[in-house]
Write a protein that binds this ligand. Structure first.
Ligand code: ZN
Length: 163
């Protein structure tokens, strides 16, 4: 299930729907499908989306440029506003730390795929490093030595030590 009708949510028991998502998100280089269990709950003017996301995506290391597996394991805690908040507040509304309200802006469904796409982007590390054993430093040194300004060092001959 990728798109959830708000009518279905309103008509469900306790105005709550449990969504199981398991699919590749094509915008990422997924090693495994992204799995999520999300509870949607209607709170009247707002719809709450809470759940957990797991999966493995390939990222490129910032230091050595090699690809590495990155494990996704984070919680989702989002609010949707049924009516446009932009008109009333004129800007994005942040309720508490890190919890933003997404404006449905008259839409009658919630796009679970888009929710997961946005959540994964927000949860990727700012600095992507393949691991503690990353040899990115060596890589960078090699890069520096290929700098033409450093070619002079290659022509320095070390005198053999006196035996
Ligand atoms: Zn690396």
């Amino acid at each position: 299930m990728r798109k959830i009708s708000i009518d279905d949510l309103e008509n469900s028991a306790d105005k709550t729907l449990k969504i199981s998502f398991e699919d590749f998100i094509k915008e990422f280089n997924c090693v495994t499908p992204v799995k999520a269990e999300i509870i949607l709950k209607s709170l009247g003017e707002f719809i709450e989306a809470k759940g957990h996301v797991s999966g493995v995506v390939k990222l490129e290391c910032d230091l050595c440029l090699k690809e590495f597996d990155y494990k996704l394991d984070f919680d989702i805690d989002e609010l949707y506003a049924k009516k446009s908040l932009m008109e009333e507040y004129g800007q994005e509304l942040e309720l508490k730390d890190g919890q933003f309200v997404t404006d449905l802006d008259g839409s009658d469904e919630i796009d679970i795929y888009d929710l997961l796409y946005q959540s994964v982007i927000l949860n990727l590390p700012n600095k992507k490093v393949c691991g503690i054993n990353c040899n990115g430093d060596n890589f960078l040194k090699e890069e520096n030595l290929s700098d033409p300004r450093l070619d002079v060092f290659k022509n320095i001959k070390l005198e053999p030590k006196n035996k």
